[in-house]
Design a protein around this ligand. Structure first.
Ligand SMILES: Cc1cc2nc3c(=O)[nH]c(=O)nc-3n(C[C@H](O)[C@H](O)[C@H](O)COP(=O)(O)OP(=O)(O)OC[C@H]3O[C@@H](n4cnc5c(N)ncnc54)[C@H](O)[C@@H]3O)c2cc1C
Length: 500
């Protein structure tokens, strides 16, 4: 998978594509996989790197959503549990089961959560990941030895899925290109081509060369997540907003805070939400928050209050309360929540929304990573009607997702670790640049590997070596690359002055 080849395909085509997707996150790439595997001609453009938006900033759970169960949204939970099962079947190399322990400190919690989680098992049906059960105090501590013991009565264990969001995303990009789609990162949709007041394509800019490119398509799909309204307004300045953005932050701590293989699920934070502490790539990921925001940034920063909130709630459950000094990295993402009653919504399915503007621009937004495949299926069904494409069945329920060439990376013979605290090698950097369209130090350290999210300081220390490799492979300026990376990495380092 090489960017030059992908962009050459975009430029070479003179006739209209069946489908053009704007946005290279879970939703857009999922749509590209779906449409290409039905046999449609598909192009996708992403303004920055694949996954630069929300899709690299999730809690990394493939889940039905225990929270929605509490809210009584049974159809949504069932749909997500089914998708969880389908994803594990199609990508067993990228999704695995994880035990979640709900610690009980009150007498009523064990029966209450026990019954709720048995319903969760039941709703999963044949897609179940493992049976939930009540745990004694000893069993609870065996699974989570670092729990606050004072007042601990026992717990309930249930099972959900875990993944690495951008690793899956890159494998979906591979899958889409394998099905014949052309996907290009660093290519921004700047304006729309109109025929008789209907959207007929976009004018895109190759961010690397600065060159403009006209891309015509029978249907244009806006899959830009939290940016959806901005893109819609480029085509129609009077478009009513449909997105209510909300920020969620995470912190990453050392593995010692959660040394076992199980995660903690906190059913009620001090603001009444759920929160997770999860073992992830040899570290502990804790989050998240829910903060409505006005503007939408491509590189959102965790707010000081969000970090404090997570630390405060983690301290209620861990015997060693984490402080700011323990935070190795902090990152935030923006949920592209869809407002209810958003104008002329053409097709709705639970929490994702498919909206067609008067000019024929189709926007798909909302949902979650877990349900990306179902969103794509619904979206392409609508797109086929809108673009008068030949009707074709969705095949992604049984479409294996591209497998990782671990052996091929080892064969590069560069098994030197980037940093002693990180599990990544120079070989992985070379692989990412040659075959996964990584173009910058940030692409490599934030999304092809997860160094920046795991340990921001270690990522900063690795940047010069990664930049050297990039310079050698694709001729970028190593010094500039390091400077740019440092300015992004600053946002992942918790404010040292406020260390508790
Ligand atoms: C804090 C948090 C935790 C979450 N945890 C989970 C979880 O554990 N499990 C789960 O299932 N879901 C989770 N989610 C939800 C999930 O991450 C999102 O629903 C999903 O990633 C949204 O993907 P998207 O493709 O719609 O948006 P994005 O990933 O934001 O992709 C949109 C893309 O469009 C691009 N773009 C914008 N404008 C243009 C343009 N003009 N031209 C070209 N490209 C453009 C952007 O650069 C961006 O990359 C979480 C969300 C948040 C915020």
């Amino acid at each position: 998978m090489k960017r030059d080849e992908q962009i050459a395909r975009l430029r070479a085509r003179t006739e209209a594509w069946d489908v053009l997707v704007i946005g290279g996150g879970a939703t857009g790439v999922g749509v590209a996989v779906d449409a290409a595997s039905r046999g449609y001609s598909v192009a996708l453009i992403e303004q920055h790197d694949f996954g630069k938006g929300t899709s690299s900033r999730s809690t990394k759970l493939v889940h039905g959503g225990v929270r929605y169960l509490e809210q009584g949204n049974i159809p949504l939970v069932m749909e997500a549990l089914q998708e969880r099962g389908i994803l594990r079947e199609n990508a067993p190399h990228l999704v695995h089961d994880l035990a979640f322990v709900v610690p009980n400190y009150e007498w009523w919690e064990s029966p209450f959560y026990g019954i709720g989680l048995r319903l969760y098992d039941l709703l999963a049906g044949k897609y179940g990941f493992g049976k939930s059960r009540n745990l004694s105090r000893e069993e609870t501590l065996e699974k989570i030895p670092t729990l606050q013991t004072e007042g601990l009565r026992g717990g309930v264990v249930y099972y959900d899925g875990q993944f690495d969001d951008t690793r899956l995303l890159i494998h979906l990009v591979w899958t889409a290109t394998g099905q014949g789609a052309a996907l290009v990162n660093y290519c921004r949709a700047e304006s729309f081509l109109m025929d008789d007041e209907l959207v007929a394509g976009v004018v895109a800019r190759d961010v690397e060369s600065g060159a403009e490119c006209e891309i015509r398509a029978r249907v244009v799909i806006n899959a830009t997540g939290a940016f959806s309204d901005g893109v819609r307004r480029t085509a129609d300045s009077s478009a009513e907003p449909m997105i209510a953005p909300s920020q969620g932050a995470h912190i990453v701590l050392d593995r010692s805070f959660l040394p076992g293989d199980s995660a903690i699920m906190v059913p009620h934070t001090t603001d009444g939400r759920v929160m997770f502490a999860i073992p992830w790539h040899g570290h502990t990921l804790v989050g998240t928050t829910d903060t409505p925001v006005e503007g939408v940034a491509l590189e959102p920063k965790p707010m000081a209050e969000e970090i404090d909130f997570i630390l405060e709630n983690a301290a209620r459950y861990l015997d060693r309360p984490p402080t700011r000094a323990d935070v190795l990295s902090a990152f935030a993402g923006i949920r592209p929540l869809v407002k209810s009653g958003a104008g002329s919504t053409a097709g709705m399915s639970r929490d994702h929304s498919i909206h067609i503007d008067r000019n024929g621009l189709l926007t798909v937004a909302g949902g979650k990573w877990t349900t990306y495949r179902r969103m794509a299926e619904d979206c392409v069904n609508q797109a086929a009607v809108l673009g008068e494409l030949q009707e074709r069945e969705c095949v992604t329920r049984r479409l294996p997702i591209h497998r990782y060439a671990k052996g091929a990376i080892a064969a590069l013979g560069r098994n030197v670790q980037l940093h002693p605290t990180l599990p990544y090698t120079e070989g992985e950097v070379i692989w990412a640049v040659r075959y996964e369209m990584a173009r910058t130090v940030e692409d490599v350290l934030a999304r092809r590997t997860r160094a920046l999210l795991l340990n921001a300081r270690a990522a900063v220390a690795s940047a010069p070596r990664v930049a050297e490799i990039l310079e050698k492979e694709i001729g970028v300026n190593a010094r500039e690359q390091v400077t740019e990376f440092l300015s992004v990495a600053e946002g992942y380092l918790p404010d040292v002055d406020q260390r508790g």
